[in-house]
Structures are given as structure tokens and as C-alpha cells.
Design a protein around this ligand. Structure first.
Ligand code: DHK
Length: 148
């Protein structure tokens, strides 16, 4: 990773995108989302490092890895959004721009999804825009990356 890299992190169950609750998350797969991010980033001369894990500690490790020296971070922490102080603390320690993304509108769903531990440690938020939200997040980072 270098200062032209956008790190895109995906949390638990997003590996099942496309087959998991398509009425909520749509029919695109995570591979489709990666292609979308790569194409969007390429338009800005950026590259993408795209990752997914079902494990909180792995996500914490990856946030720490990207905490400095990259263009920015896109984070869809999925279920950990609503539970993880550890991920929040890792994001808080970052010195690069961070965008929180959710495919669905978490504020229009069950009450337990309304609160995000990550919101106030991220610089921008794209919520409820479907997978196109990832593209919007990369566009935002391109405009706000260090030195942009
Ligand atoms: C994805 C999940 O897996 C849920 O746990 C979140 C988020 C919402 C999304 O909309 O991308 O509550």
C-alpha cells in the first residue's frame, strides 16, 4: 500500500453479498463491488486494496495497517458497526481520511442498527445508497486524500 492506495474493508457476512437477503443488500456480489471500487479509483489514478473478514481482530489489524501513508479508507464494518469499540478505537487512531459505508439504510431498519460506534470517528458517511455507495466513497476520498 502507498499514498495512492484506497483500502476498502468489509466486515462479517459481506462475503455472502448477492445471495444474502437480496431484498436488503441487492444482487451484486462482493467481487462486483471490488470491480466497482477498482474502476472508480482508476478514474482518479488510485488503486484499491479490497479485503473482507468475518473476524473483528483481523479487521482491527487491517485498520491499523492502513492508519497512515495511504490515500484513505472505506469501511463497511457490517454487524461490527453496532458492537465494536475495538474497531472504533482503531479507526480513531488513523491519520488518513475514513469513509463509513452501509449498503442499506441502517436508520430505517431495526432499532439495534441505528447506532454506529464508527460514525464520529469517520470523516464522511455514505449510507443506504446500495453498492453504488462504495463508488461514492472512493470519489469522496479522491477529493479529500492527503495532498488532493
Ligand atoms: C451490513 C450488515 O451486514 C449489517 O450488519 C449492517 C450493513 C448494515 C450494510 O447495510 O451494508 O447493519
Amino acid at each position: 500500500m502507498d499514498d495512492r492506495t484506497v483500502l476498502v474493508l468489509n466486515g462479517p457476512n459481506l462475503n455472502l453479498l448477492g445471495e444474502r437477503e437480496p431484498a436488503v443488500y441487492g444482487h451484486d456480489t462482493l467481487a462486483d463491488v471490488e470491480r466497482l471500487c477498482v474502476a472508480t479509483a482508476a478514474r482518479h489514478g488510485l488503486t484499491v486494496d479490497f479485503r473482507q473478514s468475518n473476524h473483528e481482530g483481523t479487521l482491527v489489524d487491517w485498520v491499523q495497517e492502513g492508519r497512515a501513508g495511504i490515500a484513505g479508507m472505506v469501511v463497511n464494518a457490517a454487524g461490527y458497526t453496532h458492537t465494536s469499540v475495538a474497531l472504533r478505537d482503531a479507526l480513531s487512531a488513523c491519520r488518513v481520511p475514513r469513509v463509513e459505508v452501509h449498503i442499506s439504510d441502517i436508520h430505517a431498519r431495526e432499532e439495534f442498527r441505528h447506532h454506529s460506534y464508527l460514525t464520529d470517528v469517520c470523516d464522511h458517511h455514505v449510507i443506504g445508497r446500495g453498492v453504488a455507495g462504495y463508488s461514492e466513497a472512493v470519489d469522496w476520498l479522491a477529493a479529500h486524500a492527503a495532498g488532493a
